[in-house]
Design a protein around this ligand. Structure first.
Ligand code: HEM
Ligand code: HEM
Length: 193
C-alpha cells in the first residue's frame, strides 16, 4: 500500500511533461468543443481544429496511462492508486475535516481528497479521449451522426459539464496549496526545480 503522507511522492520528469501537455491540449480541446458543432456542414473549420487538438490530447492521455503500466515501479498504477477502498474514502473524509479546520492535508497524489479529484479528472479525460477517437475514426463531416455514432457523440458531450467541474475542484486544490501548502504549481509549470 502507498504511504499516506506526500513525502515520497515527488512527480518525476515524464509525469510532469505529460501533465503540462495534457494541461495545454486539455484546455484547448475543452474550449474548442462547442465549435465542433459545425461538423454537419460542408465547411467545418471548428470541427477540424477540435479534431486535431482532441487527437493530440488523446495520444497524451494514452501515454500517461501507459506510463503507469510500463514506467518505473514507483510510478505504476498498482503503487499509486490505493486498493483499500475503505481507507481511501476514510482519507478523503479526514482531508475534508482538516480543510474545515483550515489545515492543509498532506497526501500522495492519488490519496485523500485530492486523489479523488485527480482520479476523477483522469477518468473524465480518458473517456473523452476514447469517445473522441471513435468520432475521429468514424464521423463523416458534412452529414449528421446517426445510430451508435450519435450515442457516442452525445456521451462525448458530457465533457461540457464534467471538465469544468474537475477543473474547478483541481484548481481550488492548487490555489489552497499555493496559499497554505508547498506551492506545487511552480514545479508543475517548470518554474522551479
Ligand atoms: C480528449 C480529447 C477531447 C476532449 C477533451 C474533447 C472535448 C469536447 C467537449 C467539452 C465537447 C462538448 C462541447 C459542447 O457540448 O458544448 C466536445 C464536442 C465534440 N467533440 Fe470533442 N473532445 C476531444 C476529442 C475529440 C476528437 C478526437 C474528436 C474527433 C472528431 C472530437 C469531436 C467532437 C464532436 C463532433 C463534438 C460535438 C459537437 C456538437 O455536436 O456540438 N472530439 N468535445
Ligand atoms: C486539463 C487540465 C488538467 C488535468 C487533466 C490535470 C490532471 C492532473 C493529474 C492526473 C495529476 C496527478 C499527477 C499525475 O499525473 O500522476 C495532477 C497533479 C497536479 N496538477 Fe493538474 N491537471 C490539469 C491542469 C492543471 C493546471 C492548469 C494546474 C495549475 C498549475 C495544475 C496543477 C497541478 C498540481 C500542482 C499537481 C500536483 C498535485 C499534488 O500532487 O499535490 N493542473 N493534475
Amino acid at each position: 500500500m502507498p504511504p499516506t503522507s506526500a513525502e515520497t511522492d515527488n512527480l518525476d520528469f515524464p509525469t510532469l511533461a505529460l501533465h503540462l501537455g495534457i494541461t495545454i491540449f486539455g484546455t484547448c480541446a475543452w474550449l474548442t468543443g462547442e465549435w465542433a458543432g459545425d461538423y454537419k456542414k460542408l465547411s467545418h473549420p471548428g470541427f477540424s481544429l477540435h479534431k486535431g487538438l482532441g487527437i493530440c490530447l488523446a495520444l497524451l492521455i494514452l501515454a500517461r496511462l501507459l506510463y503507469g503500466v510500463w514506467g518505473p515501479e514507483k510510478c505504476r498504477w498498482g503503487h499509486l492508486i490505493p486498493l483499500d477502498l475503505k481507507a481511501w474514502i476514510g482519507s478523503a473524509v479526514e482531508d475534508l475535516q482538516s480543510l474545515l479546520k483550515l489545515e492543509m492535508p498532506d497526501r500522495p497524489r492519488f490519496w485523500g481528497l485530492k486523489g479523488v479529484v485527480q482520479l476523477f479528472g483522469l477518468l473524465v479525460f480518458a473517456w473523452m479521449a476514447l469517445s473522441g477517437s471513435l468520432l475521429f475514426t468514424y464521423l463523416e463531416p458534412g452529414r449528421r451522426a446517426h445510430g451508435f455514432l450519435r450515442v457516442i457523440k452525445e456521451m462525448h458531450e458530457i465533457g461540457h459539464t464534467l471538465i469544468p467541474i474537475f477543473l474547478a475542484l483541481h484548481l481550488t486544490g492548487v490555489l489552497l496549496d499555493a496559499l497554505w501548502g508547498q506551492g506545487k504549481w511552480r514545479r508543475v509549470l517548470f518554474l522551479e526545480k
